[in-house]
Design a protein around this ligand. Sequence first.
Ligand SMILES: *[C@@H]1O[C@H](CO)[C@@H](O)[C@H](O)[C@H]1NC(C)=O
Ligand SMILES: *[C@@H]1O[C@H](CO)[C@@H](O)[C@H](O)[C@H]1NC(C)=O
Ligand SMILES: *[C@@H]1O[C@H](CO)[C@@H](O)[C@H](O)[C@H]1NC(C)=O
Ligand SMILES: *[C@@H]1O[C@H](CO)[C@@H](O)[C@H](O)[C@H]1NC(C)=O
Ligand SMILES: *[C@@H]1O[C@H](CO)[C@@H](O)[C@H](O)[C@H]1NC(C)=O
Length: 333
Amino acid sequence: MRRAKHVTEALLCCVTLLVIHRSSDSIRVIGGSMTVVQGEDVDLSCRLLETDEELEQITWQKRTLEEPENHNFLLIYPSGVTDFISPNGLENRVQFFGNQTEKIGSIRITAARLLDEGTFTCVFSVFPSGVYSIEIPLTVLVPPVMSVTVDVPPVIGENEVVLASCLAAGAKPQAEVRWNTDAFGSLVRTVTNSTQHANGTTTVVSHLLGVPTRAANQQQVPCVVNQSALATERTLAYTININYPPQTVNITLSEGTPATVFLCVADSNPKAIYTWTRVGQPWPQSAVRAEGNTLHLISLSSELNGLYSCEASNPYGRATGSQYVHVTSCKNT
Ligand SMILES: *[C@@H]1O[C@H](CO)[C@@H](O)[C@H](O)[C@H]1NC(C)=O
Ligand SMILES: *[C@@H]1O[C@H](CO)[C@@H](O)[C@H](O)[C@H]1NC(C)=O
Ligand SMILES: *[C@@H]1O[C@H](CO)[C@@H](O)[C@H](O)[C@H]1NC(C)=O
Ligand SMILES: *[C@@H]1O[C@H](CO)[C@@H](O)[C@H](O)[C@H]1NC(C)=O
Ligand SMILES: *[C@@H]1O[C@H](CO)[C@@H](O)[C@H](O)[C@H]1NC(C)=O
């Protein structure tokens, strides 16, 4: 890119004009726009082509989200001396790796930050023809912070509720969020919301809504997030958790030696706490022992005969089952 200065000079002397114009016509700086993922390194390359003129200085300028005014931040002299102009927001994160002899002005920025996004300008000053520059736009991508959560644990019911929420937060550009609901078919739907932040990032929340049924419990619903800062799309595994009170209580007999054991089982989520009681009679201390969901018959005597009840409870409700125990003398021999 030529500056107006040369045009003025050219008008002053027509002979020189033709010479300089022709020779400098093809002088140009090459370099291209760059994209970097936040935290990674990026090389901004520029090179002055088609000239043997003497290099006086390479100047790097920038206007970024951090400092929107265009300003010099790095001067590179033919001697190899580099001069960092502080403060520039890039302290210790920028290094020159070009070659003055080759008129290569490339720099490397390490650990790119969102605030580094903007336009960098690589300027070559050569003698006698002047100044040539190129603008290098730098885009900084921010990967999303991802998670699947549920604000209110769903409880079995007949009304649609949020079964789970998939979050892709603080991403630039906005992440794509979807649920793989193959396990449910058309029984669920999704509602997606996005929020723009002042720093240019976006948070997306996709809610999975459905009726919290017993059948929905423990279904796998992976959340899939895609975004350009991610090498590949991410799948976040999630298992739906529906809370429900104990359903039917089953009591089964499992023969053991020396004791006989009754097992009380109720389907519930979370797991139930079991309480055994004897109906209408005092607990026969020496004959029966209750331990969690098991009832141990220690001494098979008629002392323990009677009706026993097992109550299963969790924070969502309770259910009771009962078992009649009768020891006959013939079995006790
Ligand atoms: C720069 O380029 C010149 C000429 O190609 C070469 O001799 C020199 O070694 C290079 N310098 C560096 C630091 O690479
Ligand atoms: C989506 O966002 C809007 C505005 O923040 C809010 O009012 C609405 O409740 C949100 N919807 C869901 C499903 O979260
Ligand atoms: C952008 O802003 C959001 C909301 O204030 C914040 O959570 C996030 O960390 C910021 N991201 C960056 C890269 O500064
Ligand atoms: C994920 O996103 C990238 C870039 O945004 C895109 O090229 C790619 O096709 C997407 N992948 C899927 C499976 O949608
Ligand atoms: C209780 O027994 C019934 C009938 O045998 C059975 O269908 C059910 O699955 C059992 N429940 C539990 C929690 O074992």
